[in-house]
Design a protein around this ligand. Sequence first.
Ligand code: ADP
Ligand code: MG
Length: 399
Amino acid sequence: MNIHEYQAKQLLKEYGVNVLDGGVAYTPAEARAAAEKLGGPVFVVKSQIHAGGRGKGKFKEAAAGEAGGVRVVKSVDDVEANATQMLGNTLVTHQSGAEGKEVKRVYIEDGCDIASELYLAFLIDRATDSVTIMASTEGGMDIETVAEETPEKILTVSIDPTTGIMPFHTRQVAFGLGLKGAQIKACSKILASMYKAFVELDASMLEINPLVVTGDDDLVALDAKMNFDSNALYRQKAVMEMRDEDEEDAMELEASKHDLNYIKLDGTIGCMVNGAGLAMGTMDIIKLYGGEPANFLDVGGGATKERVTEAFKLILSDSNVEGILVNIFGGIMRCDVIADGVVAAAREVSLNVPLVVRLEGTNVEQGKKILSESGLPIITADNLADAAEKVVKAVKEAA
Ligand code: ADP
Ligand code: MG
């Protein structure tokens, strides 16, 4: 799960990371009030969306002006005017996808006196089984470009989880970043704070880009991005409260409410499968027969009729879906339960695309009987290859 920049800054501040004062605003009037509270003389108006690259982003609407999603202004009036332009408009960045994201909140922050911009991130490195620091002098810009073009400018330091962060780690980073004097101490402090926040909050990623060296040798987090392990959210109440469902894919959100593992894809063949491995295999074989999956969907091992119905409705609510393949291996899951769910859902939402069902395993005969007696135009298949071939063919014929 992701959160907004201003929320990440709130969390990090509690752990002792230096951030500037600021206030979030949902309306131009709130933006004005936030600016008045800060006092100026320089303010920054920052669009809050779950995508990076806002500074270099572009708004879709002419009303939002030519400037990007992060703007430095010098009066309260200009804060209000820029917030008015941003709010309700769609910002497109290199991370937002072409459709962009609507700005519903802005963050009004004090302006910063920037001497230089660094990059600092904590992430989980599976190769070394450890929390790893990534640091670079090339802050402020797109780190993927740095990694590609000048990988030698990225320093990585892995932290043994049994010792946690140690002074030698922080010195390695500080020297690697070319810091001097008081900056080294500031670097140790921010790294220790970030590590503590990362571990205690069950983060999977914490990125500060840029981390700014100020005119008086202090280090300030000017941007902050945090990502959390969703399996740990049950014990992260404060983080959970920061969830912004507006930023999440509407269908994936609906799926998560029903405990379905759903990921939307670009193709036309909707898949309903039990088990992540079988779901992957099903997507592969659809491609093998020349089709493209519209989604990954694992209904889980012990799905109920209701969950199967919800899953089916979810697939059908995707307007790209031109055919559906239900592929279930009944182990714990019984084929008759699946069949009941499919029939119930197909009746509830009028089924207007070809449906191929392949069932195997526990109670398969009863399942097949339910399907054939339902009177619905269901194409049955005997094995995985047969099912994939049939659904791809049915979609082509229907087109
Ligand atoms: P993004 O990474 O989404 O583009 P940032 O928060 O990193 O957004 O802002 C982009 C750039 O804007 C920063 O690299 C920095 O140069 C400038 N900037 C951001 N916040 C401030 C601030 N409070 N004061 C001065 N400049 C800022
Ligand atoms: Mg940034």
